[in-house]
Design a protein around this ligand. Sequence first.
Ligand SMILES: Cc1cc2nc3c(=O)[nH]c(=O)nc-3n(C[C@H](O)[C@H](O)[C@H](O)COP(=O)(O)OP(=O)(O)OC[C@H]3O[C@@H](n4cnc5c(N)ncnc54)[C@H](O)[C@@H]3O)c2cc1C
Length: 390
Amino acid sequence: MDFSLGDEERAIRDTARAFIRNEVMPLESEVLRRERAHQPGLRRDELRELQRKAKAFGFWGLDTPEDYGGMALPAVTQSLIWTEIGRSFVPFRFGGEADSILFEADAAQREEFLIPTIEGDRISCFAITEPGAGSDVANIRLRARRDGDDWVLNGEKTFITNGNDADFAIVVAVTDPDRRVHDGGATAFLVDRAMGWKSEPIQTMGEGGPASLVFDDVRVPHRNILGELGQGFTLGMRWIGKGRYIIPSHALGIAERALGMAIEYANTRQTFGKPIGANQAIQWMIADSETELEAARWLVLRAAWTVDTGRDPRHASSMAKLYGAGMVNRVVDRVMQIHGGMGYTRELPIERWYRQVRLLRIFEGTDEMQRLIISRDLLRGYTKLGGHLE
Ligand SMILES: Cc1cc2nc3c(=O)[nH]c(=O)nc-3n(C[C@H](O)[C@H](O)[C@H](O)COP(=O)(O)OP(=O)(O)OC[C@H]3O[C@@H](n4cnc5c(N)ncnc54)[C@H](O)[C@@H]3O)c2cc1C
């Protein structure tokens, strides 16, 4: 058994690390200053400029097929890169990407939606959650009614990331109320903001909050259906599934950076004539954090590896998302404790991480939904104890 990285994986990881350290981390104090003044940490033009710089470094479209100018990297390599991104709290991501399901676009949709999104000229959002349908996503009510060559959309979506900035939304709507949503009753539509939907920011404890979207007789041409009529639920689940190993990959980077700060602080902060790191209470917090971090790392890399090896990644990804999200919350909490009063101030980014990582246990499938999936797989015999080694 070999747990080491290949030469190419290591080279790409190290280049990503150098880019984040040299180009992204220097922006951190300005990002904190702006966010504390209730402004976006990074403006759209600044993000694009950084993404252009990263392109010159060779990073463009981590997951995007080569036909579209992307790198089409294996999931393990993408996971390693997302861990590097997680080391900085600057809201940065590499460019050249589009929602995974947008690649279902037909020829005309490719020109209008997919390519401009990859190029960064248009911003998308993905909207499935509604006020009455979050975990129970099959309960969506936003209705699309056929009217000649158009569909007319009425209803509301909520908690939509990028919903305030998006130029268009990928909206999952009920097209056939006589069928169940997960059995052909729902369809995904590409809906321009210019077609008339409205967004309203939702205040949250994190930075850059989501939005609620209101559709009041929004007319969408039939040609704007993404994929097939009735395929909306399948596409929605595919969109959500993709994030299940990316989210904990990002969490690993946050936890590593925060724990590194705590180790340095434990070695330098003196109380009662010795560094606080000389106390077992502090040592145990560091030891527990490192152990959980490593456990999460291997769950995450295994989940990515199941994608690369063509195995069904759902069970492994749910475990990675559940454990990785919990791990980073526990680590950041301990890191704050080790920093004492300083950890609670806004001079350090720890309180920002503390607020940010709480979301990871909620969105793209709550802890409870991941547990439901993991236990159901075992109880129904879809997955064997012992995983792929059996
Ligand atoms: C900041 C943010 C960004 C988001 N971005 C997007 C986005 O871009 N697009 C999008 O479509 N959605 C998005 N979401 C929505 C997110 O996916 C949902 O909030 C999440 O799935 C939970 O749904 P809910 O909030 O309706 O909670 P509910 O489903 O009402 O759940 C409430 C609580 O009950 C628990 N629960 C529910 N059912 C069960 C059960 N059967 N057994 C045990 N426990 C249960 C849940 O785990 C949770 O703890 C975002 C949410 C947030 C907060």
